[in-house]
Design a protein. Structure first.
Length: 513
């Protein structure tokens, strides 16, 4: 017999797997690089494949769940995610791992889009508040524990086990969902917008492909320009299709509301800046400063704890304080935190990053809760699912594009610095190879083939290249966050909120860090 508490258990377990895999991979990147010999571009794809699939399919998965049955789509999501995790753990080269991460993302989109709806259907009254409180605690635990849990697994076993541990968890969640969770659907569900999905996902993939290719070959390459032009054309096509589709995946009329635009802009720029920079900070901690995966996770713990504490405070303030007075200051703190981390030098220790990590973490926690409430609050209840799905879609788009964009800037800056440092030395001809390896997190590979007498000079040049590249993207990310703070403060307005005839919709997606 179906039970609402079994429903909470199944959804919470699936959400724990889905959210942990957003952050846990970051601390594994150096070990993956050494094991598979991945380049920077391949590492970017391993990280980006997951949010790309999420961004492309979140809204459509929700529509399929409403139409075909949320329990059914949730079960498929768990099965696909678990299978993708197995493929990730068995991957023997970077391409297979990136494709397996894509499979994980497909399953994650189905789980994320239907999990909250299953809870909303199962719980009523006071129990609903309890259920969503537990769910929120699981979300916070997943976000905070990812780096430390990943570091412990990698240090004790190997990077492959960060994926293998999902298999027993996925099987348990699958059995509980099949045996104990009731089916639910929306009798008035709209049909999925497949042309919109195809044009949007292809445009996003080409955009990321062009940015990642730019990090390898430079911005002016014909294939880079071709990808960006094709992406722009497909985005125009997407807009054209959405204007004519009877049930579009995204209602473009929502963009007429300044507060909605401000909310999406804030979550997008937050992801482009802080969420994307974390990938390169992890590589810095492990490959430049030499910390293990576990030591890196522990050094990121103050950041995670700052998020958790600030989120708890923000949650209490959201109903009383205007959203822009939480979102804009949150983005300011993110920008200030990134700026505080800027200025690291080849001889700096990890504590140089600590003040910035804490300040940025407070900003992260401060803005995420009101962001979701704001985006959902400006639409009618019937559009709350689309609005919250749009929020999470923009979060994943920002993460994917941010990693690719900042990676391209990072790589080009590092190449120029290494070439300058080695100019006029016998190792000058190896500057490109050294920059390529150090930006991929392969410090040992950067020295391969270098005469012993030049090891010190080349190692110093490699470190200088990485540090200069990191400082550059920290500054770029800080400017993006601060610019978004100004824009969101003026765009987000209380008068745009739609009076609700019922309590704020719990069906909105949880904020993903």
């Amino acid at each position: 017999m179906a039970s609402k508490w079994w429903t909470l258990t199944a959804v919470a377990l699936a959400t724990l797997m889905f959210l942990v895999d957003i952050t846990i991979v970051n601390v594994a990147l150096p070990d993956i690089q050494r094991s598979l010999g991945a380049s920077l571009a391949e590492l970017q794809w391993i990280v980006d494949a997951y949010p790309l699939a999420l961004a492309a399919l979140l809204l459509t998965a929700g529509s399929l769940g409403d139409r075909l049955g949320r329990r059914r789509v949730h079960v498929v999501g768990i099965a696909v995610f678990t299978a993708g995790s197995l493929l990730c753990g068995l991957a023997g080269d970077p391409l297979v791992l990136a494709l397996a991460r894509l499979v994980q993302g497909v399953g994650g989109a189905a789980m994320s889009a239907t999990g909250i709806a299953l809870l909303a259907d199962a719980f009523r009254g006071r129990d609903r508040g309890t259920a969503f409180g537990v769910f929120g605690a699981v979300t916070g635990l997943a976000v905070a524990s990812g780096p430390v849990l990943g570091g412990a697994i990698i240090s004790g076993l190997s990077w492959r086990w960060i994926f293998f541990v999902n298999i027993p968890l996925g099987l348990v969640a699958l059995v509980i969902t099949l045996r104990r969770v009731a089916e639910s659907r929306d009798p008035a569900a709209r049909r999925p917008d497949w042309p919109g999905v195809a044009s949007f996902s292809t445009a996003l993939t080409l955009l990321v492909l062009g940015l990642i290719r730019a990090s390898e070959a430079g911005w002016g390459r014909p294939e880079v320009l071709a990808c960006e032009v094709a992406a722009a054309a497909l985005l125009v096509l997407f807009v054209w299709l959405e204007r004519r589709h009877p049930t579009p995946m995204f209602d473009l009329r929502l963009l007429r509301t300044p507060t909605f635009v401000g909310g999406l802009l804030a979550v997008f720029c937050f992801s482009v800046s802080l969420a994307a920079v974390l990938v390169y900070l992890v590589l810095y901690l492990q490959d430049v400063l030499g910390y293990s995966a576990l030591e890196t996770g522990l050094r990121l713990l103050p950041f995670s704890l700052a998020i958790a504490v600030a989120a708890a405070v923000s949650g209490r303030l959201t109903s009383d304080v205007p959203a822009r007075w939480l979102i804009a200051p949150g983005l300011v703190l993110v920008g200030v935190g990134l700026a505080l981390m800027h200025g690291v030098e080849p001889g700096s220790g990890w504590t140089e990053l600590l003040p910035g990590l804490i300040v940025a973490g407070i900003g992260d926690g401060l803005l995420n809760t009101p962001l979701v409430a704001t985006v959902v609050g400006v639409v009618r209840p019937a559009q709350a699912g689309m609005a919250s799905g749009s929020n999470n879609t923009m979060r994943q788009v920002g993460t994917a594009l941010g990693i690719a964009l900042l990676g391209a800037i990072f790589a080009s800056t590092a190449r120029a610095t290494v070439a300058e440092e080695l100019a006029g030395t016998p190792a000058a001809g190896r500057a490109g190879h050294v920059a390529e390896r150090i930006t991929a997190g392969d410090a040992d590979g950067a020295l391969a083939g270098v005469p012993g007498a030049l090891h010190g000079r080349v190692a110093d040049a490699a470190t200088a290249g990485y540090v200069h590249g990191l400082n550059t993207i920290l500054l770029v990310a800080a400017v993006i966050a601060l610019g978004a703070a100004v824009a969101s403060f003026f765009l987000i307005r209380r008068r745009d909120l739609v009076p609700q005839g019922e309590p704020a919709r719990p069906e909105c997606e949880p904020a993903l860090a």
